[in-house]
Structures are given as C-alpha cells and as structure tokens.
Design a protein around this ligand. Sequence first.
Ligand code: ARG
Length: 462
Amino acid sequence: MTKTSNQMWGGRFAAGPDAIMEAINASIGFDKRLAAQDIAGSRAHAAMLAAQGILTDSDAQAIREGLLTVLSEIEGGTFEFSTALEDIHMNVEARLKEIIGEPAGRLHTARSRNDQVATDFRLWVRDQLDAAEAGLLALIRALLAQAEAGADWVMPGFTHLQTAQPVTWGHHMMAYVEMFGRDLSRMRDARVRMNESPLGAAALAGTSFPIDRHATAAALGFDRPCANSLDAVSDRDFALEFLGAASICAMHLSRFAEELVIWSTAQFRFVTLSDRFSTGSSIMPQKKNPDAAELIRAKVGRIMGANVALMMVMKGLALTYSKDMQEDKEQVFDAADNLMLALAAMEGMVRDMTANRDRLAAAAGSGFSTATDLADWLVRVLGLPFREAHHVTGSLVALAEKKGCDLPDLSLADMQSVHKGITADVFGVLGVENSVNSRMSYGGTAPAQVRAQIARWKERLA
Ligand code: ARG
C-alpha cells in the first residue's frame, strides 16, 4: 500500500515513505519538547513579516492567535502528534492550517526548518543554562550554610585518601563552593556566547525577502542575529558548550557524591544523611543506603556520553545542515534532565545532612595528621633544614607507630631520643586545633580564612 506523499514537502513525490523510512526520519517523538520554543519563534517571525509588509496584518494576526490555540492544545495534552508529519515544526504548522486555514501556509515565507530548528533548540538550551544556574546557586547556598555551621570543626584532610593534614569542615565545603562556582560561571559564559538568533538564515543562504532579523532576534530575547547564515543553521556549539559545562559539573557532583558515600559508612560516620535522601534494604533491616549519592555519582556517565555523542555527530559534517543534526536533541534533553535532577538531589542531601562533629574531630587527630606541623616546628624553632626535619619527624612517627600511639602521646623523653634539641614546647603544635588555626595563608584551612571566604561568597551572591 502506497501512502500519499508528505503534505509539507511532497510536491515532487509520487509515493509516500516506507514505514521504516518514517520511523528513522521522524523526530516528533522527542522534539515535541520544543513546542513552546517553536511557537514563540513562529509568532515572532509572523509579526516581523507583517511589520515588513511581507504578510498582511490580518494574516499575521490569524497566525499568531492560531499558534496560541495550538500551544494550549499541546499544553493541555489534547494535541495529536503525527509521525507522518515528522517533527514539531510540521506538526504545529499542519494543525495551524486546520485551525485558521489558508494563511497558515504563509507562515513559512522567508524561513526554513533549518533556521527554525536552530532557533528553537537555542531557545531551549538557553532555558537549560538558566535552570542550571538556578540549580547551582541553590546548591552553593546549601554548601555555604554547611560551611558556616562548621567553619572551625576539625576533620582529616586527605591525599590519596590517606590522612594528610587536619582541615576544617568549612574549608572542605568551601572547596565545592569554588567548583560549583566555576560551573556557574561556565553556564553564564556559554549563555552570553550562544545568545544570537539563527532565525532568518532560512535554509542556509539567507532570503530575498526584506526581513528584519534584528526584530525577531530582539523579540526572542537574543542579543543579535547570527552574523553568517551558513554558520547559523549548522552551528551546534551552543549545545556542545552546554554539554561540556554540564559534564564538568556532573564530574564535580560525582566527586562530592563519592565522598558522601564514603563519609556515611559505619566505618567513617563523618555525616548522617537524612531519611528523606536515603533508602533501605529489602533484606537487611539495619541498612540505610546513600542511593541518591550513588546515582548522582553515576550520572556523569550519561552526561559526558551525550557530550561525546554530539561531538561525534558534528565532527565530520560538511556545511551546512545535514539530517545527522537531528540527533542533537535526545542527547541534550537527557543530559539536561539528569543534570537538573542531580543538582536538585545534591542540594537536598546537603541541606539535610548532619556532620558528626565528634567523629570528624576524632578522625582529625588520627593517622599522625600533625606530622607536618611537627616538622615545621623543628625548622622554625630548632633551625633544622626542612629535609632533616622531615627525616626526624618520620622517625618520631615510626616510634609512635611502634608504641601504638599518636604523636601527642609520645613523652618528651621519647622525642628527645630521636632529636635531643626538642623541648616540651613542641606539644603546642601537635594538637589539631592548633594545626588548622596556624594555616592562615590566603585560601588556607584556618577558620578565620574560611570565614573570610564564606563572607566573600555571600557578598558575591547577594
Ligand atoms: N527535525 C529536523 C531536525 O531536528 C528539523 C530540520 C529539518 N530540516 C531539513 N532540511 N530536513 O534537525
């Protein structure tokens, strides 16, 4: 059975597409998510065509109102999407024709689906950059609240996941504030760069109609029209930049999620996650699992995957539009959905979680975490070269390990057996509080430094 040819472009076709052709070609299953952007773009286009005398005011009026009817049908869930009409652009236009008749056919004057989809997708991605910014701001605020509450709580700082030096809880939280702050600025940068309108580039070469691209750009909130029509229809950098920024952000989320997984174990107990952001086990009644953190940790895979997938789609495409580019949307939709969900889940977890101050403090002093302070004391007070101080401290650590105690538990006699110049004064630097308080260098872990960074961020966000 031969179907009739496509009502939008089938003029030269005698037969309709094979069912498999229709299945591989159609994008309506996913690009229906662009409906609001498509209708906004078309309404701006129609208004501009009328202002330029290309459409009559009454046709433009009918089109603009009819499009609002279509939008309300889509939002109300009564719109019947058709695979035969391929994509959101043709679905909307076909329905517009049913509603307003002949003037609908004039909407596509001086335009192509190529500039149309590029415009719709830019508008959609722009909204996601804004949503990511909002999600990041909320997460940063939650981290700032944690940092403020525990600006001077001591905990172990790690390198190689081995105890390194004592740090403060606030300092650790603020490290993530810096990371998510860079993610925020990446989203903002991308938004500035991408905010140009492809509309009016038409199929690829521009149009012979006297259109006003500046007017449609302004109506859609773009800063200006894209300057080159070939580039306008074939550029997907804006989507790649979003995916790149999203991938880095998801990587940061994943690192923090990993820490929360470790910290919430019975062995660490650095934090207690709230019931609201934990799950139980169907067989082990005692379990409280950090599933949200684990899922956030995993999300980077699909988000980075989307980034790679779209990069591969784009890399070999000769100018300008090729249908390959229809594959841009699902990747970006999936990545955006999962990034927003991960940001919201992380924000919720951080808001709700309780840092176990006593556990953090107990762990802070273990693992000879003040060994560097001891070495620094040997340099500062006894005038030893740092390398020698390092060696002496290493011997003291070995001695403490042999005795099964921590550095502050060694007696002065023990200390002097390794280096006879050591005085009782040394015990002053072996405490973790002293250790963190002494790290007053800019950006260091001292509570005073941490509080200064918190204040700087609060000012920045105000
Ligand atoms: N659905 C298409 C896409 O997403 C719209 C553009 C179609 N353009 C074309 N020349 N066939 O890319």
